[in-house]
Every structure is written in structure tokens, then in C-alpha cells.
Design a protein around this ligand. Structure first.
Ligand code: AMP
Ligand code: MN
Length: 327
């Protein structure tokens, strides 16, 4: 069981006592994952620690334009010389260690930094704060604690993390604390218009065509309170799209008046269905995801289910309808 703290101090101290730290985040990283990693890498250097950023999967399209993105290595296993040189693993946004999807991480001491409710409290030190708007904001607090001035690049990376995890400061986690941190990041050199272009205006033609394919499958249930949409391998093929092209498709049905829960299913590999769930208010989609071995937050959760997409759709929809009928 980790030494758990809600304050940045112990995390800064643990990081500072390392020589070479591997920083990682969850598989299929989002803006908070990579933004936090890049910002934390700079903090590590400021503390005299050499950072190595390793993710299993590529970052979202457009974010590769962010300064520092080129330092992210993609690996499924950490071993040999790389592992030998590492004396600390820092996980960002990983409720469980295996969410990183990388083998070998458990062979070094772990500093666990996360804002997910239900983090498994693994590692040697765990800096956990489920009231933080983004892990990027927690990393920002670590800079403040360490009294290290973030560069414009670190401020930009932290702003990528914070702005993406708050849905451009539109979600429930857009708290005063989120805006205070954002003001500091912009003052330190982050440029919102630039970040917005990376996040929203670097789409591939395939992703726009895939939206068309997905919309053909849109179904409204429970009197319009539940929206369900999917993309299967045929849809990917017709659109000329890849798995990464689905990134924000789920946000489209969410915008329909009256929709309380949105379900998005994608099948890229045969027999494996990735399910994304979004909800409004107190409807807890995490509980639905957890029933299928996944997790997440009250209003944004997900799971991976093995099976055929039609059957998975029926099972997940049944669970969501139960939630909506209760709620
Ligand atoms: P996504 O729909 O992929 O954007 O995921 C939404 C949220 O659900 C993420 O921020 C994660 O916290 C969580 N999540 C997604 N997939 C899984 C999974 N397989 N296991 C646990 N949590 C997940
Ligand atoms: Mn996050």
C-alpha cells in the first residue's frame, strides 16, 4: 500500500530523490496524459532528474505539434538497458498500474499521480486528488511546491492537459481552481488559441468521413434520453479511417437536447469492442463501465469488452437503460 498524499510535497520529494525516472500514462493517452507527462518531464529536469517518457500508444492527432511531444517513446515492454537505467516509475492518470499497458513497470518503485476516484493506491508514494480538474493541474501544483518556474513549453503542456480534461472549461470540473491554474499557465506563456488549433483543428479526412458512418448508426432510446452510436470494421474501411480517428465522435450525440447518457462502441480489432460512456448530472456511468470490468468517472467512463459488437451493444444498452430508469 502506498504512502498516500493529497498534497504535492511528498510527490516532489520522491521524484527529486530519483536519478532517472520513467514517466508514463494510460494506453490510448488523452491530452491530460501527454500534457502532464511533458510538463512533469520539465519539472524532473529542474529537480536534477533525467526523465524518459514512455507510452504504449501514440498521442491524439494534433498534440504531436506540442513542444516536447517528440520526446515521447512508444513501447510495450520496458526491459534491458532502459530498465537498468531507471530508478523510479511515475504513472500519471493510471487508476491501476496495468492501465499503462506496458510490461516491466512493476520492477521499479512507483510514484502514482492521479485524479481518478477509485485509484488503487498502488506504488510507493501516491499523490491522489479526485477534486483536481486534471492531472496537469496537479503537476502544476508540484512546480509551485518545488518553486521551479515553468517554461512557456511546460505551461503549454499543462494547459493542454487542463483544457482537454475540462472540455475547454465547459465540464463540471471547470472549477475556480481550474480557472486559477489556467490563468497562471497563460501568464506563464501558454497560448489558448494555439492549443485549441492543435486540439480541435488537426482532424484527418478519415475522421470526418467516419463521423458520417457513425451517424448512420445513431439510435435514440428511452424517450430520447439515451443515444447509442457505433463504428465497426466495415465503417472504418469505408471511411478510410483508423482507430485514432474516433477520438471525439462521442461528443456529437451528447449535444442532442434531452440526451442524458451517450454510448459509443468501436470495434477496430476482431472480437474486441471499446465502449465509451458519457452522462449528465448524477447519472453514474462509471458504475455501468465497472460492471463490464472498466472504470472512469461519474460522467465519463469506459470499458473494453470481448465479443461481437451487436451483442456487446445489446448488453451495454440494457445496463444503461436500467441506470436511466433508476435515475
Ligand atoms: P474514454 O471513453 O476512452 O474517453 O474513457 C473515458 C474514461 O473512462 C477515461 O478517462 C478512463 O478513466 C475510463 N476508462 C476508459 N476505458 C477504461 C477501461 N478499460 N478500464 C477502466 N477505465 C476506463
Ligand atoms: Mn485526466
Amino acid at each position: 500500500m502506498a504512502r498516500v498524499t493529497g498534497e504535492p510535497g511528498p510527490a516532489v520529494e520522491r521524484l527529486a530523490s530519483a536519478r532517472r525516472a520513467l514517466l508514463t500514462s494510460h494506453a490510448s493517452p488523452d491530452g491530460d496524459a501527454v500534457g502532464s507527462e511533458i510538463a512533469l518531464a520539465e519539472l524532473a529536469r529542474g529537480l536534477g532528474v533525467e526523465p524518459v517518457i514512455v507510452n504504449r500508444d501514440p498521442m491524439p492527432a494534433g498534440l504531436d505539434l506540442m513542444p516536447g511531444a517528440g520526446a515521447v517513446r512508444l513501447l510495450e515492454t520496458v526491459e534491458g538497458d532502459l530498465l537498468e537505467g531507471i530508478d523510479l516509475v511515475v504513472t500519471l492518470e493510471c487508476p491501476e498500474l496495468d492501465r499503462a499497458g506496458i510490461e516491466g513497470l512493476d520492477r521499479r518503485p512507483i510514484l502514482n499521480i492521479d485524479h481518478h476516484r477509485g485509484n488503487a493506491r498502488y506504488g510507493e508514494v501516491a499523490f491522489l486528488d479526485d477534486t483536481a480538474p486534471a492531472v496537469g493541474e496537479m503537476v502544476w501544483r508540484m512546480f509551485r511546491h518545488a518553486a521551479i518556474e515553468p517554461s512557456p513549453e511546460a505551461a503549454t503542456a499543462a494547459f493542454v492537459a487542463l483544457s482537454t480534461d475540462t472540455g475547454d472549461f465547459r465540464y463540471g470540473n471547470a472549477t475556480p481552481r481550474a480557472f486559477e491554474a489556467a490563468a497562471e499557465m497563460v501568464a506563464a506563456g501558454a497560448r489558448p488559441e494555439q492549443v485549441s488549433e492543435w486540439v480541435h483543428e488537426q482532424k484527418t479526412p478519415g475522421s470526418i468521413r467516419l463521423l458520417g458512418e457513425a451517424l448512420r448508426t445513431l439510435e435514440l432510446l428511452a424517450g430520447g434520453r439515451v443515444a447509442v452510436m457505433q463504428v465497426d470494421p466495415e465503417a472504418f474501411r469505408r471511411a478510410g479511417a483508423t482507430a485514432a480517428d474516433t477520438d471525439d465522435l462521442i461528443d456529437v450525440p451528447r449535444t442532442i437536447a434531452g440526451v442524458r447518457v451517450t454510448v459509443f462502441l468501436k470495434q477496430w480489432e476482431p472480437g474486441v469492442v471499446r465502449v465509451s460512456l458519457r452522462s449528465r448530472g448524477t447519472l453514474d456511468v462509471r458504475s455501468v463501465a465497472a460492471r463490464f470490468g472498466g472504470g472512469g468517472h461519474t460522467n465519463a467512463a469506459g470499458c473494453t469488452i470481448h465479443g461481437e459488437i451487436g451483442a456487446v451493444r445489446r448488453d451495454v444498452v440494457r445496463a444503461v437503460l436500467e441506470l436511466v430508469e433508476e435515475g
